[in-house]
Ligand binder design. Sequence first.
Ligand SMILES: NC(=O)c1ccc[n+]([C@@H]2O[C@H](COP(=O)([O-])OP(=O)(O)OC[C@H]3O[C@@H](n4cnc5c(N)ncnc54)[C@H](O)[C@@H]3O)[C@@H](O)[C@H]2O)c1
Length: 352
Amino acid sequence: MEQILTKNYKIELSSINEWSLGEILQKDYPNSKIVIITDENSYNFCLESLLNAFPILEEAEVLQLPAGEVYKNLPLVEQILQVISEHNLSRNDLMINLGGGVITDMGGFMASIYKRGIDFINIPTTLLSMVDASIGGKTGVDLGSLKNQIGVFAEPKALFIDPKFLETLEVVQLYSGYAEMIKHGLIADANHYEELKKVRPEEVPGRLDLIKRSIEIKKEVVEQDFKEGGLRKTLNFGHTVGHAIEGMYLTKSPIVHGLGVAWGMMIEAEIAVELGILPKEDSNSIKEHILSVYPPLKLDSEELEEVMHLIQFDKKNKEDKILCALIDSIGNCQWDVEVGAELVRECVSNNS
Ligand SMILES: NC(=O)c1ccc[n+]([C@@H]2O[C@H](COP(=O)([O-])OP(=O)(O)OC[C@H]3O[C@@H](n4cnc5c(N)ncnc54)[C@H](O)[C@@H]3O)[C@@H](O)[C@H]2O)c1
C-alpha cells in the first residue's frame, strides 16, 4: 500500500481491501450516522465494491445525485441538505463523498456548511478527482457559468484511492485527469512531465507511480500555501483561460474540465512567450504534446467573445487586471502575472 501523509490527514493509495477505512469508522465513528454521497455513475459502478469491502457501511444512508457539472450548484446543495437534515444528521456524524470532482467538491462543501461543519471522507473515483480535485481542501459549487464561485476551504478526515475504480470510467475522463497531471509536471516537476509524455491517458490507471507523483505535487504545493496567498496559485496554470472555455461550453455542450485546462495551458504558455517569460521552444513543445493528445480548440467569434467575457470575471483577477499563473520554464511557475486583455484575446484567437 502507498501512503501519502499530509499535515492533517492521510491519503491511502491501494486496493480497496487494504484501506484502513474500516478501522477509522469503528474507532472514530462507532455510533455515528453515515451518509454516502454518490452520483448516478459512482452509485452504479463503485458503491457495491465499497459496501462489499466495508459491510459496516450497509447501514449508511446513500444519496444519489444526478451526474455532471451542470448540477454542481446551490439549488441542488439546498435540496440535498434538506434530505440530510430530514435524516437528522448531527455534528458527530460523517459524510463519505464517493465520486468524481463534482461530488468531492460539492460533498465537501455540504459537509462543511451543514451545522457549521461535519466530518467527511473523500473516495475519489475519477482520475481527475484522484490526482487533483479531492486533494487540497477546496470545496464548492458553480454560480451560473462562473466556476467554483461559491465555496469554502475544508479538508477531509481521510482520503482513499483505489485505481481499480478507473476501470469503468469513460476514456474521455482519463484524458481529463491526464491534463491536470500534465499541469503538475509543467508547474513543478519537469521529470514528471517527461514521464507523462511517454504514456497515453489510457495507460495512466496502470501507472500508480505517476498517480502518486501527481498527488504528491498537489499536496506539496497546498501544504505550503493552503489559502492560496501565493504559491498555490501556480495550480491555476491553464485555468484562467481553461475555466472560461469550460464555462462557455457549460450551457451548450459541456466539455470535460481537463480539456479546458489542456487548451488553457497551451494558450497560457503562448501568453508567457509573448511576455518574454517562457522560451518559445518550450511553448511549442507543450502545444505539440497537447495537440497530439487532445483535439484542437475551435471557437467562432461569438464564442471567443463569451470566453473573453468570462475571463474578465475570473475570481483570480484583481481590480480589473487579468492575473495568470504562467510557467517560466518546464517545471517552474510564476503567479499573479498581469496580462492585458488584448494579449489574452490574441493568444486565444491564435489557438482557435
Ligand atoms: N477542488 C479542487 O481543488 C478541484 C480541482 C480540480 C477540479 N475540480 C473540480 O472537479 C470537477 C471535475 O471533476 P471530474 O472530472 O471528476 O468530474 P465528475 O465528477 O463530473 O466526473 C466525471 C464523470 O465520471 C463519472 N464517474 C465518476 N466515477 C466514475 C467511475 N468510477 N466509473 C464511471 N464513471 C464515473 C461521473 O458520474 C461523471 O459523469 C469540476 O467541477 C472541477 O471544478 C476541483
